[in-house]
Design a protein. Structure first.
Length: 139
């Protein structure tokens, strides 16, 4: 498997602006980009943190925009906090095929919510409670 590095960590929050203000107050981090991907029905604020992998690691604050979608579901089930860890891989199709062959539960590859990305998601059980997302940055 070709792991390139940590890509980003997703935090489910009730209000992106309040969460962003807290991260700025405590750590001096600022949201550099806001996105609203329809695929996950959420408002996302991205904060750059240091350098890790090819682009540097990001913290993603994700606020649901309704009662449906993965962020809304996570908030309903667990409240605010870490939603998932995203690991960048070199060739996601090969990695997912290897994991399927090894009997690891992982979704098919789909277009990611962030621009120019493809992702596959793993449930939390095989990784002791951490939801993982494999991500390939394209382009």
């Amino acid at each position: 498997m070709k792991i390139k590095g940590l890509d980003h960590i997703v935090f489910a929050v009730r209000d992106v602006e309040q969460a962003a203000a807290a991260w700025k107050h405590v750590f001096g981090l600022e949201v550099g980009q806001r996105l609203q991907p329809e695929s996950i029905q959420a408002l996302i604020g991205l904060m750059q943190v240091g350098v890790s992998g090819s682009m540097g690691a990001l913290l993603e604050l994700a606020q649901p925009l309704g009662i449906e979608g993965p962020v809304a579901q996570a908030l309903e089930e667990r409240g605010e906090g870490m939603l998932s860890l995203s690991i960048e891989v070199k060739d996601i199709d090969v990695v997912v095929a290897e994991l399927h062959a090894a009997g690891v539960a992982i979704s098919d590859v789909v277009q990611g919510p962030l621009p120019a990305t493809r992702v596959a998601r793993m449930p939390a059980e095989p990784t002791h409670g951490v939801r993982l997302q494999l991500i390939e940055r394209v382009g």
